[in-house]
Design a binder for this molecule. Structure first.
Ligand code: AMP
Length: 427
């Protein structure tokens, strides 16, 4: 029988990757907290209807990419492909609605899309995001962008550009849609199949097209910015002024529409120079003022973004490696096993991280493993040490060795560690 492997498009986060991912998401949650955003978590599966209505049944995500299944009672459930609709649902049906708006929320967790797997594209991936709910003020759009921007700065991630657009609202978008349809109508038959379908289902999505054969017509297509109504125009100006106040550079990109149906007015993405083609976005977001009503709740305007953590981890400069145990405690003979376990427990209570090695292999083998563990020191307990109530403590990088009492171990290991940290110890 062949061994069972992980499902296509998924990844195991082995300790180094897990640590890198956690560092990056905690940095994001920390920056969000410094702006007053509080973290929440919602279920990983939801009623399918939440995404069909909330994300929109003309989107690729809903039409092709959802992991949908019936549970044992026949209810249709879907593994969440994104988290804005779930957060809005949680907001709508909880006491969060009673808080004074805007309610600032952040999250980090796995999302699921039946996407074509490739570099930076998975079927289970992780997003960090924020949502600011209950307030239509355009300055809030700039604030969520600032959270994301400061996070990327903190990670030291260069080569990024903020792409900004406004796609109007229910008042001005119909006219733009018409203009777009008129522009493409005479050439419909020459367009790639996928783009013909986009025009039929949701004309704005054609702006997002990466299909060969549509480029020329796209380049001359009408621009959203020329069709904005006065309130949308003013809102867009205020977003830009606020971004200047945050000293965040941006590029106006009149072709930037987002893949999900619920956006109005501000849309944005952050691109990275090393991400090409359809995978160039590190994160995206925008304003979704009508989403709450779509889900059956009272109006709650909002704005947010979601960032793909795998892509950020891939591009950010590497952080420190995961912490290693500070000390390895080994038994040299079977008679010392109980003492080694007891000593390890006491030292852990003192505050050291201790790897206890009382296995059956030779002391030589244990020492080799201790060297590989990255620990600062190893403490050896043999027959003699047990009899004399002491331990042999050896600093692994120098070979320096001494006999100490248990109470002295903590101070000695910390002292060596500090020497190592400040580079004073012998290499
Ligand atoms: P979206 O919700 O489609 O706007 O995606 C927001 C961000 O999530 C993207 O910019 C990517 O960084 C990330 N993302 C979306 N889909 C995937 C995927 N299949 N694999 C990895 N990251 C993804």
């Amino acid at each position: 029988m062949p061994p069972i492997s992980r499902p296509r498009g998924t990844e195991d986060l082995l300790p180094d990757q897990f640590f890198a991912m956690r560092r990056v998401s905690e940095a994001g949650l920390g920056v969000a907290a410094s702006f007053g955003y509080q973290q929440l978590d919602t279920p990983i599966f939801e009623a399918s209807e939440l995404f069909v209505r909330g994300v929109g049944d003309s989107t690729d995500v809903v039409r092709r990419e959802m992991y949908t299944f019936a549970d044992r009672s026949g209810r249709s459930l879907t593994l969440r492909p994104e988290n804005t609709a779930p957060v809005l649902r949680a907001f709508g049906e909880s006491s969060l609605r009673q808080l004074s708006p805007p309610v600032r929320l952040s999250y980090a967790g796995p999302m699921f899309r039946y996407d074509r797997p490739g570099k930076g594209r998975y079927r289970q991936f992780h997003q960090f995001g924020v949502e600011a709910i209950g307030d239509p003020e355009p300055e809030l759009d700039a604030e969520v962008i600032a959270v994301a921007w400061d996070w990327l700065q903190e990670l030291g991630l260069g080569g990024i550009s903020l792409q900004l657009n406004s796609i109007g609202d229910a008042a001005c978008r119909p006219a733009y849609r018409e203009a777009l349809l008129e522009h493409f109508a005479p050439h419909l038959a020459t367009l790639p199949e996928l783009d013909q379908e986009r025009l039929r289902r949701n004309p704005l999505r054609i702006l997002d097209s990466k299909e060969e054969g549509s480029e020329q017509l796209l380049a001359s297509a009408p621009r959203t910015s020329d069709y904005l109504c006065q309130p949308c125009r003013e809102a867009f100006e205020r977003v830009q002024l606020a971004l200047h106040a945050y000293a965040i550079p941006f590029e106006l990109n009149p072709r930037l529409v987002r893949g999900l149906d619920y956006y109005v007015r501000t849309t944005f993405e952050v691109w990275h120079e090393d991400l090409m083609g359809a995978q160039n976005a590190l994160f995206g977001g925008g304003r979704y003022d009508g989403l709450s009503e779509l889900l059956g709740y009272p109006p709650a305007p909002g704005v947010g973004f979601a960032a793909g953590l795998e892509r950020v981890v891939m591009l950010a400069p590497p952080g420190p490696p995961p912490a290693r145990p500070q000390l390895v405690v080994c038994s040299a003979q079977p008679v010392a096993v109980a003492s080694a376990i007891d000593a390890s427990q006491r030292l852990r209570r003192d505050g050291l991280s201790v790897l206890c090695d009382v296995g059956g292999r030779s002391l030589k083998g244990k020492m080799r493993a201790a060297e590989r563990s990255g620990a600062e020191a190893v403490a050896i307990l043999g027959e003699e040490e047990v009899r004399e109530r002491r331990l042999t403590l050896r600093r692994l990088r120098s070979g320096e060795q001494m006999a100490v009492r248990l109470e002295q171990v903590y101070v000695q290991v910390r002292e060596w560690e500090q020497d190592t940290q400040f580079g004073e110890g012998p290499a």
